[in-house]
Design a protein around this ligand. Structure first.
Ligand code: DGJ
Length: 726
């Protein structure tokens, strides 16, 4: 619900459990006055204490009032160069060389339904649900028009934001910084949580108490990256999984991003999030406009767990699209870790045959099926089938897989080109590189310049041809390097600063076309594992390969961090062979199954090469997953431990929305001699109900308040509990 109070000049956005307020002050400045637990009403600007602060200048309209300063007032969208020395939301090189942006209120509108953003992914509603607020601001001296967009989806406690900027002046301007969101908090001692990491160690939560200065997380790699994720949380210093206030913020974007938390001289906090200003310069001719990616904010006053669960539901139901978003995904087997590049049709069929016998439903053929692709040194860009490996092409192989009663899926990496490819030989300038400079290789490949229409058309045409050439029901869309040598032969010198963003828009344009033309196709995103695991991609690909690291123990950490924002339904997770090819660790087959069952659940090994007992365990895992997939896909997720803390076992659970059923996973992490034996306290159940837990009946209250006594487990052993209301 969005309310404008004419008497108080306040606009208040209410969700089920939160309120967000802004106030138009007498100088036309849009103040941010509140974001927190739901309020009945009131004017929260009365809490702002104005005083004459040294070195905080005063706008001209303030006259002799030295207590009025943009440097100390909480702003809805901070200006630049006019007295606010905190993090700016917008930076512009104006036509006359000046850079001042001082925004004042013009008008606002409130309407039913949530806005959409053309060419950009965004949360959506159906049937006119949700509401939109648009607030128009103007810099009177340059004619720059800034429209702040707000979407309210009450049920999820979700408020989305975006910004539209129109050049209403006479000359061209250059936008060099456009934040999608700016959020000022009153003085306090909050913690900041970001998701750091690396390739194979994605989304490790980093929590720190804020101290004076600017703390940032971001990417300049052209993708959202393995190293930082476009997500951050500000929370009470003592916030836990179950208590305390948390403000989560995710950017619906897959390219360079910047998230920053500034802790000011007065211990106030300003959060901003948007496209990374690194090498960003977007030229706006008079009358042209620019739209910033969407930022999504969720507030929880019941701790981090509640915040995550709200993100999960909102992302799964109102960001992901297509028939797969809420239906059971096929249990797949992928040949990558089983064969790498060395396979042929018979090998793929032999893996599928055994897989089909134990209940696996889809065979995915990974990298190596096309062009001259026997290693990662060649072939990308040539999307014609390698007939030596696959005589007759994809159709006969897909048919053989279908004859086994299984679906067929395929790997692609459309954004790339190898130097050793017909495509590169024909169009060397289609790859990012600066003429006269040696190129920078990544995994021995180059990135195609998706800012060029002919390149996007080539990619789309090849994808269409491939997808129509056989019965392909799934695609794994990979992207295996960061962008370098970012220069486009098609853009003039004064537009080269647009490339990073235009690249992302190009990816979205191709994915949108595929989504429309092949609406039933299930696409799994991937970027060397989880290098582009973000809300932008999830609008096109309802699941994303979470990490190339399939080691079950490392996956506990990766999946834990991922769950802060992203739903289990989005987490590509497979059982692979041991010793693990990345960590060389050996874990029991059962444990690998329990861990993979907290995601989309699949396999990535040659089942012909495991023991009969292991194969029997695989059969059990699949039979079991088919009975509980709905809990993983649609249930409420509870983190029961923190794998980054010194805890002996790791545990999590999925609870059905009606609290009738639950699935608990437990893995013994670290073993020490003569250990203490903590009990596992469950969450999310009905305390008044009784539940059967692997055959024994307990009260919901007992399970949650006293806990379950865990069996004695060896290091890396796992146990799963099926819980059902009696
Ligand atoms: C990186 C992916 O993350 C892997 O799963 C695999 O598909 C390889 N690329 C193939 O080159």
């Amino acid at each position: 619900m969005i309310r404008f109070d004419e008497r108080l000049n306040t606009i208040t956005l209410h969700t089920r459990s939160s309120s967000y307020q802004m106030k138009l002050d007498s100088n036309g400045v849009l103040l941010h006055t509140y974001y927190g637990p739901r309020l009945r009403g009131g004017d929260l600007s009365t809490l702002i204490q104005k005083e004459d602060r040294g070195f905080s200048p005063n706008p001209y309209e303030a006259g002799t009032d030295r207590t009025y300063s943009l440097d100390t007032l909480p702003q809805e969208y901070s200006s630049n160069g006019a007295g606010d020395f905190r993090t700016p939301s917008l930076e512009v090189d104006c036509a006359d060389g000046s850079h001042i942006v001082d925004l004042r209120y013009v008008r606002h509108t409130i309407r039913e339904g949530k806005y959409a953003l053309e060419g950009l992914p965004a949360f959506y509603t159906e049937g006119g649900e949700g509401q939109t607020l648009e607030v128009e601001l103007l810099d009177r001296y340059t004619g720059l028009e800034v429209t702040l967009l707000y979407g309210v989806m009450e049920e999820y406690d979700l408020i989305t934001r975006s910004v539209r900027i129109r050049n209403g002046g006479q000359g061209a301007v250059q936008l060099t910084r456009v934040m999608s969101v700016c959020l000022d908090f009153p003085a306090g001692s909050p913690d900041l949580i970001t998701l750091g990491g690396a390739y194979g160690r994605e989304r490790e939560p980093v929590r720190m108490p804020l101290t004076q200065g600017v703390h940032t997380a971001g990417s300049v790699r052209g993708t959202s990256s393995h190293q930082q994720n476009p997500f951050m949380v500000l929370c009470d210093h003592d916030a836990t999984e179950d208590s305390g206030c948390c403000w989560g913020m995710a950017l619906v974007y897959s390219g360079n991003f910047l998230a920053s938390a500034e802790y000011t001289q007065f211990h106030e906090t300003r959060l901003t999030m948007g496209i990374n200003p690194y090498r960003f310069a977007w030229r706006l001719e008079p009358g042209e406009q620019f739209v910033a990616p969407e930022a999504a904010m969720i507030f929880s006053d019941h701790g981090l767990g509640q915040m995550s669960r709200q993100f999960h539901k909102a992302i799964r139901c109102n960001l992901c699209r297509g028939p797969w978003k809420n239906s059971r995904r096929p249990i797949l087997i992928n040949n990558w870790e089983a064969t790498f590049f060395h396979f042929n049709a018979d090998k793929i069929v032999s893996i599928a045959e055994t897989a089909g016998k134990v209940g696996i439903e889809m065979m995915v053929m990974d990298d190596g099926w096309f062009g001259k692709r026997d290693s990662d040194f060649s072939g990308l860009g040539d999307w014609n089938v390698n007939e030596k490996k696959l005589p007759g092409g994809l159709a006969p192989l897909a048919q053989r897989i279908n004859d086994l009663g299984m679906k067929f899926g395929l790997w692609v990496e459309p954004e790339m080109v190898s130097e050793d490819s017909d495509l590169y030989r024909a169009h060397p300038d289609w790859a990012f590189q600066v003429p006269g400079r040696p190129m920078t290789r990544g995994r021995s490949q180059l990135v195609l310049d998706l800012t060029r229409q002919e390149v996007r058309e080539y990619i789309l045409e090849n994808l269409r041809t491939t997808l129509k050439s056989a019965h392909i029901e799934y695609v794994k869309w990979d992207m295996n390097r960061s962008l370098t040598d970012v220069w486009s032969a098609r853009l003039p010198a004064n537009r080269q600063g647009e490339i990073y963003h235009r690249y992302v828009l190009g990816v979205y344009e191709i994915l949108e076309a595929i989504h429309r033309e092949f609406p039933d196709l299930l696409i799994e995103g991937c970027s060397g594992g989880g290098g582009r695991f973000d809300c932008g991609m999830l609008h096109y690909t309802p699941q994303i390969w979470c990490s190339d690291n399939t080691d079950a123990m490392d996956r506990l950490r990766i999946q834990y961090g991922t769950s802060f924002c992203y739903p289990c339904a989005a987490v590509g997770a497979h059982v692979s062979a041991t010793p693990n090819c990345m960590t060389h660790r050996t874990t029991p087959m059962h444990t690998r199954g329990v861990v993979a069952a907290a995601g989309t659940f699949g396999y990535e090994l040659d089942l012909n090469e495991i023991t009969d007992e292991e194969l029997e365990e695989v059969r059990r895992q699949i039979t079991h997953f088919k009975t509980c997939w709905d809990l993983v896909l649609r249930g409420d997720y509870y983190r029961l431990s923190n794998p980054f803390a010194e805890e002996p076992f790791q545990a999590w659970m999925h609870v059905s929305p009606d609290k009738d059923r639950a699935l608990v996973g437990v893995v013994m992490d670290k073993i020490h001699a003569n250990p203490c034996r903590p009990r596992l306290r469950l969450k999310g159940l009905d305390p008044q109900a009784d539940y059967r837990v692997n055959g024994t009946v307990y009260g919901g209250d007992q399970l949650m308040y006293a806990g379950l006594a865990l069996p004695v487990l060896d290091e890396y052993e796992a146990v799963q509990y099926d819980i059902e209301k009696v």
